[in-house]
Design a protein around this ligand. Structure first.
Ligand code: FAD
Ligand code: DLZ
Ligand code: SF4
Length: 519
């Protein structure tokens, strides 16, 4: 080979359609994949998240080799491993004197900053290519966002529907006449309902080797290492997707917001881990979901709901991230300063809803959306937990967490730390909401119907404490401001009880004794 093109492929770029590989033939490129200490520890990721990424990387490298590509794969325990992307690229440049470094842009700001320094550092041109696996380019999001005070997802989503043609009629109108069928997608659970299981994949020899590595090198990281059943190849991810379309999609819509103790993913797809590391393509999933609707096997409200999560929310939060970084990581509009309670790591709390959501998080490196939003997120919002501590927690504990998708959800969607640019109102709720949408409260030592006092559901006084603490900022918000009239009518004794109950509860919270997230 004359001087090759060096193509670093990062752990969330495991797609054969990657822009940096497009148009290349095996004879002209050296592909570089690197397990590096920096990435594995910049936060102390859940053990299963590291297994997932290392195993998926190793399988992807093996598949590329089988197709004839030259892949240099640096394992974590390689004695020469420098521990960083830049260090490993420098070593590869020495080995190969490449004519060019060609890389697809990074998913995270932190890593993109490093890639942008390569041009000045290495003696060859560096091409950073757009990540074409996303539907909206950065320029398209910028064009949407410019001049808008609030970046309502719904309007962005409609643009994505028009762009992709998904669920569009030939007259340019949305399928069924409406853009959004969310109103049909808020069913509470039916008793202790059970959904059909999602496939779990038995670890093969490669995954078992990674499990052993993670067990020794990352023993102090959060979360159960085993059982491990996430898809780690494209073939497995496609099998998981097909199982979702066949067994769950039809009821995905109605029960999207439902929660059932011990029934961890209900009708959700469990495909985010595969989507985010590149094993699945967002558009192919949406087209497949639309085909189920066209074939009459899934109703419009479910299919539209699923497609909206992907070409709406997923694309929107990615655009929002690049539009607002690096400021988003520092945002704290509500000046929330309380440390994260230790029970977020141990699960030791009498609040049955939180205990169950933290249990599934520890066991599976996953919790479904409404658990992340309305139980864990709602608690962090109304208890006034510091956004940086909350963001670190979410980034650590979920196998699908990368900052581009985690941070907008944390700072924007749950904490209102961005001052309402992403979500037009804070998603604050009392125990009532959780009781309506779950079967948690019947199993809880707290009484959801009690508003104040030691047995009262803590979400009840915390809700009012939050509203009152932030009255000056929230009263003018037309979506939430009217609630203050209820408070003002309440009478002083009741008001005092609420605030005193909240204070007693907040004082009882014990911060984490050790640094689980970093260091
Ligand atoms: P499903 O319910 O089956 O949804 C289908 C797909 O839609 C998901 O796989 C995902 O790709 C996409 N999606 C749905 N909601 C969102 C959303 N709000 N933002 C972006 N994509 C969405 N998702 C992540 O992929 N990584 C994260 O780090 C992450 N952090 C979150 C943090 C908070 C505070 C909240 C409220 C949500 C977060 N989400 C995150 C979004 C959502 O909770 C997960 O995508 C979902 O739970 C993954 O499970 P699933 O594949 O079964 O999703
Ligand atoms: C999350 C992660 C982990 C734990 N380890 C690696 C790694 O060793 N090598 C790698 O290429 N990628 C890893 N990743 C995923 C990266 O953090 C991800 O690719 C970047 O965040 C993208 O900007
Ligand atoms: Fe959660 Fe309150 Fe219900 Fe207990 S009573 S499960 S704390 S919402």
């Amino acid at each position: 080979m004359t001087r090759p093109i060096l193509v670093p492929v990062l752990g969330d770029q495991l797609s054969r359609t990657l822009s940096s590989l497009e148009g290349l033939t095996p004879g002209e490129a050296v592909i570089l994949m690197m397990e590096v200490w920096d990435e594995a520890t910049y936060v102390k990721h859940h053990k299963q998240k590291i297994v997932l990424i290392f195993s998926a990387m190793r399988h992807f490298a093996a598949e590329l080799r089988a197709e004839g590509w030259q892949v240099e794969y640096v394992t974590l325990d390689d004695p020469e491993n420098t521990g960083s992307f830049t260090g490993e690229v420098a070593r590869a440049v020495e080995r190969h004197a490449p004519s060019e470094i060609r890389v697809t842009e990074a998913g995270e700001w932190r890593v993109q900053q490093a890639l942008e320094e390569w041009e000045g550092r290495f003696p060859c041109p560096v091409s950073i290519l757009p990540d074409t696996r996303f539907i909206a380019s950065h320029a398209e999001f910028r064009a949407f966002a410019d001049g808008r005070k609030h970046l309502t997802m719904e309007y962005f989503y409609r643009e994505m529907r028009r762009k992709t043609g998904l669920l569009m009629r030939s007259d340019g109108k949305p399928e069924g006449g409406e853009w959004n069928y969310d109103a049909e997608n808020r069913e509470p659970p039916k008793g202790d309902m059970k959904a059909p299981p999602t496939p779990k994949f038995a670890p093969d020899a490669i995954t078992r080797e990674v499990i052993a590595l993670v067990g020794t090198r990352f023993a102090d990281h959060f979360g159960d290492l085993e059982p491990f059943g996430w898809p780690v190849t494209r073939a497995e991810a496609l099998e998981a997707a097909e199982a979702f379309f066949a067994r769950r999609l039809a009821l995905f819509g109605p029960y999207q917001d439902a929660m059932v103790a011990g029934e961890d993913d209900l009708y959700h797809s469990m495909l985010s881990t595969s989507l985010n590391c590149g094993l699945l393509d967002p558009l192919e999933l949406c087209e497949r979901a639309e085909a189920e609707y066209r074939a009459g096997r899934a109703p419009l409200n479910s299919v539209e709901g699923f497609i909206r999560q992907i070409i709406g929310w997923r694309e929107y939060v990615r655009g929002f991230y690049w539009h607002t970084m690096p400021g988003l990581a520092e945002a704290n509009e509500l000046a929330a300063r309380r440390p994260l309670p230790g029970f977020f790591w141990t699960g030791e709390t009498d609040m049955a809803c939180l205990a169950d959501c933290i249990r599934t998080t520890r066991e599976d490196a996953h919790a479904h959306h409404i658990q992340r939003l309305m139980v864990l997120g709602n608690f962090c919002l109304i208890a006034g937990i510091d956004p940086k501590e909350v963001a670190d927690w979410y980034l650590v504990v979920y196998a699908d967490a990368y900052e581009w998708v985690e941070l907008p959800n944390v700072a924007g969607m749950i904490l209102y730390a961005d001052g309402g640019r992403l979500a037009t109102k804070p998603y604050a709720a009392s125990g009532n909401y959780i009781n309506k949408m779950s079967n948690y409260c019947g199993k809880c030592r707290y009484k959801v119907a009690k508003k104040t006092g030691p047995d009262a559901c803590p979400f009840n006084p915390l809700y009012w404490d939050f509203m009152i603490r932030n009255r000056a900022r929230l009263e003018s918000n037309h979506r939430i401001g009217r609630i203050y009239a209820t408070w003002d009518r309440m009478g002083e004794d009741k008001q005092r009880d609420y605030l005193a109950s909240a204070e007693r509860f907040l004082e009882s919270l014990v911060p984490a004794g050790k640094t689980w997230a970093r260091g």
